[in-house]
Design a protein around this ligand. Sequence first.
Ligand code: NAD
Length: 468
Amino acid sequence: MKSIDIRNVRTGVYDYALPLCDANTVNSAVAQLRTHQKAWQNTSLEQRVKVVKQLAHKLNENKTELVSALIADTGRYKESILEVDVVIKGIERWCEQAPAVLQSKEEKQAEVPFLKIKQTIIPYQVVGVISPWNFPLLLSMVDAIPALIAGCSIILKPSEVTSKFVTPFQKVLDQVPELSKVFSVVTGAGETGQAVIESVDSLCFTGSVATGQKVAAACAQRFIPAFLELGGKDPAIVCHDADPIIAAKALCWGSMVNAGQSCMSLERVYVHKDIAEAFITELTNNVAKLTHNYPDVTQGDIGPIISDKQVQIVQTQLQDAKDKGAEILCGGNVVELGGGSYCQPTVITNTSPDMLVVKDETFAAILPVVIVDSDQHAIELANDTVYGLSAAVFSQNIDYAHQVASELDAGAVSINDASLTALVHEMEKQSFKLSGLGGSRMGKESIFRFVRKKAHIRNVGVESPWWF
Ligand code: NAD
């Protein structure tokens, strides 16, 4: 099998050969899944839940090995531990939620008096999951687990940038034989992803808008559903009556945590002129205190930029901002440490709307701040984007904060806080604009995305034959 060399995020050395699964490998994996899926679908929901819970148990037992691989993939420590814990917790929650969502319903009287109806739900046979590099395990499982519980089988293609976790994950899967028959992992880059799209019955994709658009077109061509969770440029509005100290602390965290490499990172701030000075001073002080997790991966706040392509994007955006006259209040560069590339925690002012760092997704520890004359102007600027993932609003008047939030084109808005979306498992939410397409990945709908509803209807009141 062909392979490509993958760069070590902390040393910069291309030291890992990633196997590139071709279309034949993908097709035979999917053929195998199809032969086993029927039995999985026919297994009782109770049993499927039991088997998926075993996966959580085995993930926990093998946590040390998984965390090591995730550290090798992403160059970060605390977040890698958290990632495994969040997956385990998520599995428990979906297992609790599933019975209420998936339980088959008794036959009942239809509105038409002589008919009885029974609704059944039929899972898609094979669901493809294509995931990105920023949370390699979590963003592979977030769609796979509810789909498995619904009775589907899964073919997963993780990002080529962060696939070292696949080996320990496969070992975990092998310890749950019932599940390993309906869960396959293939490694590779875009071509392997395309082969997955060509062979599955439904597709979940998490990644950039550019790739998401290609994926959507390919799925449309095959007439299969595509659930797309894409990029963002999440705005925060710090209103005239916000507490500048709280806003500065929350936004320091919301923009810098995971080195800014979360889809729900806050990537631009619009602050009212009346509190701008206090806010910007506090924000800059907070951000300037953050340190890199180098040389000790277990210390510090900010890990390396995980993808080498992203390094280029971040450098280009910083240079563009400097060339167009931005003021760098702290940070401002990508630095090389031990061969890894780290973005200095950066706050930028004196920006203009045409700067790349203000309008394009950055995905790094950089926060541009724009001073506005009114909260209304902040709303207009926040909405002036192709993205609509999430946002944040800061105001000491909660009714007013809700009012501002309601005017924002985004799927979720944190109030006087940052990135709360990640914590609310039961909340159904969708992406606006180019940030995504399809049903909610959270809440009951996350499971319902993977089944089709079917009606059985029969005549119980009119003498047959009643047709002409
Ligand atoms: P990407 O679009 O480059 O790649 C994502 C996945 O798609 C990878 O596995 C890649 O190999 C695969 N791929 C590439 N070309 C393909 C093709 N033609 N057909 C099928 N698959 C293909 O994204 P990335 O750089 O890995 O991830 C970062 C992006 O993901 C950011 O834009 C970020 O905002 C987004 N993201 C979104 C969410 C969300 O929930 N909305 C969460 C995390 C990340």
